[in-house]
Design a protein around this ligand. Sequence first.
Ligand SMILES: Nc1ncnc2c1ncn2[C@@H]1O[C@H](COP(=O)(O)OP(=O)(O)O)[C@@H](O)[C@H]1O
Ligand SMILES: [Mg+2]
Length: 264
Amino acid sequence: MPINDQPVTLNGAMIAVRDLRKAIGDEQILRGVDLDVAVGETLVIIGRSGGGKSVLLKHLIGLMQPDAGEIWVSGKNIIGMSERQLTNIRQKVGILFQSGALFDSMTVEENIAFPLREAGMHDVRAMRARVNEVLEVVELQGENAKMPESLSGGMRKRVGLARAIIRQPSCVLYDEPTSGLDPVVSDSINHLIRRLQERFQMTSVVVTHDMKSAMQVGDRIAYLHEGRIYFDGTPAELQQCDDPIIQDFLLGRSEAAPHQDRAG
Ligand SMILES: Nc1ncnc2c1ncn2[C@@H]1O[C@H](COP(=O)(O)OP(=O)(O)O)[C@@H](O)[C@H]1O
Ligand SMILES: [Mg+2]
């Protein structure tokens, strides 16, 4: 039986990643990533800057193709899917890019409605109704006509999030949703991620290097280290973990400080 038809034992996982490998140039970025995201849970992926978190996230919706491995999204292996097939996956899985990636020449409403237009929707009134619904979800009611340049960093993230959920996905991927935001605004974004989980049973994958956010939003935390998932557990388990590599990361010690220090 071809691997694409196998009902692999995914145990109801929203996303399952198996032995994912990716090199960019000479650098082996992903070296065999295994990861499961259960339906309705919030999984946080932490790891050093430049460690491959964004690269991993892009693979999950087919924006990058791996050298080897499998990615199952609600039961379908997305590797080798056509762009048309991936369109269906991207309806199920929304993404909030690190920059927000808003179109500067479009209003808030036009930005948020963009995925609907791309999906072939033309009914202006129906689109506006959907936009207003998601604006309420992200607590930006009435901001339809603003231009992105007039928004604060936190508001831009919210607009990006509204756009990510406009097609009612069952899963949202967040790339550094709180980076560049002050602690109060970060808190409000973290609450929003939690609220989506409670209100819509949303499955979330949150990439961050901010440990406070990771602890706040994560049901589970996975640590990407040297191209593999080195640790996978609850926030409490992570905090109690006395593994030296984990400790170094939690305490913000540099990788350059060799472990021989302690052995010697
Ligand atoms: N499109 C690309 N072209 C070349 N190198 C890339 C590209 N995307 C990522 N990389 C490299 O892959 C590595 C991992 O990047 P990234 O996933 O962005 O790290 P993180 O998100 O964990 O900070 C980095 O060394 C980065 O320079
Ligand atoms: Mg990144």
